[in-house]
Design a protein around this ligand. Structure first.
Ligand SMILES: [Zn+2]
Length: 378
């Protein structure tokens, strides 16, 4: 049954998320969840965040003192990861930057990375995926007809970060993930990038490729990285009172970095997937969750967000140019692309996955943490 259209009274999330729920004041579950997670994960800089960072930096420095690098950072040329690079250097750490070249980087992104790393004097390791291989992986995900077409990139980025940490014997990966600008994202719009069972099944069903250069990790590998090698992923921006607009200004001033016009638009494919395929095929506009996160963080008003939503996802001419470019680069015909756009819509739940397992582990970890804290306080 089709739901009647409704939008949250506090943010701009609406019934295009099929699972959205509203309370008696018309406030959605994402707003409520945002508050709760913010309390659990983010510590404002002047209310303890600075102390957390100071302790962390000391630990990273002492554990890495005899090594060439003491931490790993990922760089995409985007705001969050560039800001992390700047902060990590300001804190006196010695990072190795890791970058994934999946063939879709915009020129602006590449320039941003080069300028940033040169200015900050950071070494770079780039992992290049064979284009024919990656093209077939991307096509498999497009043919699976779910919203997870970016998963091959997101998963590979995680893989190269962990693999670089193992190679360099480093325990810390400092990531740009942050609740303030990314806290809201419905699961039906993008399912997790660590689910190897889901990924493996899509590839088996929609391609016959042999994986050679595409980096991946299984659930067992993930346990090995996190619980045996004890590699920690640190979300440093959670302790810096991270404000995206402020960050952009700082990067432009200190690194001559240039903005590329939308969250994750540093990649042509991401820009096209988020700004064209998702809205046209799935009726999903990811700007809604990005802007809603900023509203909940107090970095934008609801009115400002609603005005922004009146614009096209990105300029129409560029959408058309990207469409032509993507079709050509993927090596498919115009009619094949149209048939992909017209495939019946599926969700990750239509394919074998580990969702139930992840949910159970997540609840269990949460319970253990809570119980552990209680034990210590007695
Ligand atoms: Zn809301």
């Amino acid at each position: 049954m089709k739901r009647e259209y409704r939008i949250c009274s506090r943010c701009i999330m609406d019934t295009t998320d099929p699972d959205i729920e509203f309370d008696e004041n018309g406030v959605c579950n994402h707003c409520r969840n945002y508050e709760q997670v913010a309390q659990e994960t983010s510590v404002p800089y002047y209310e303890g965040g600075s102390k957390i960072i100071q302790d962390l930096v000391e630990k990273i420095k002492s554990e890495g003192k005899d090594k060439r690098y003491d931490c790993i950072i990922g760089v995409s040329g985007g705001v969050d990861s560039t800001f992390v690079a700047l902060k990590v250097k300001e804190l006196g750490l010695r990072p190795l930057a890791v970058h994934l070249d999946n063939g879709w980087n915009s020129e602006l992104a590449v320039n941003n990375i080069e300028k940033t790393l040169r200015t900050l004097n950071i070494d770079l390791y780039t992992h290049v995926i064979d284009w024919e291989e990656f093209k077939n992986i991307q096509l498999a995900f497009l043919r699976a007809s779910t919203t997870e077409a970016e998963l091959p990139t997101d998963h590979a980025i995680l893989a190269i970060l962990y693999q670089a940490a193992i190679r360099q014997d480093i325990k810390y990966i400092i990531v740009g993930g942050n609740h303030s600008s990314e806290g809201i994202l419905p699961i039906s719009w993008a399912y997790g990038s660590k689910d190897w069972r889901f990924i493996k099944n899509i590839l088996k069903r929609f391609s016959n490729i042999k994986i050679n250069t595409w980096p991946y990790f299984s659930l067992l590998d993930y346990f090995y990285y996190v619980y045996i090698k004890k590699i920690k992923s640190v979300r440093i921006l959670e302790y810096l009172s991270y404000d995206k607009n402020e960050a952009i200004k700082i990067l432009e001033k200190k690194l001559c970095w240039k903005y590329y016009g939308g969250k994750h638009y540093e990649s042509v494919y991401t820009r096209f997937f988020q700004g064209y395929i998702l809205p046209q095929k799935f009726n999903i506009d990811k700007r809604k969750c990005h802007l809603s996160s900023l509203i909940c963080a107090g970095q934008m008003t609801r009115e400002e967000a609603l005005i922004k939503m009146k614009d096209d996802t990105y300029p129409f001419d560029l959408q058309q140019a990207d469409r032509e470019y993507v079709i050509k680069k993927l090596g498919i015909s115009e009619s094949e692309f149209e048939s992909i756009m017209n495939l019946p819509i599926k969700t990750f739940a239509d394919y074998p996955n580990n969702y139930a397992f992840f949910m159970l582990s997540f609840s269990l970890l949460k319970f253990i943490r809570k119980y552990g804290i209680k034990l210590r306080s007695h």
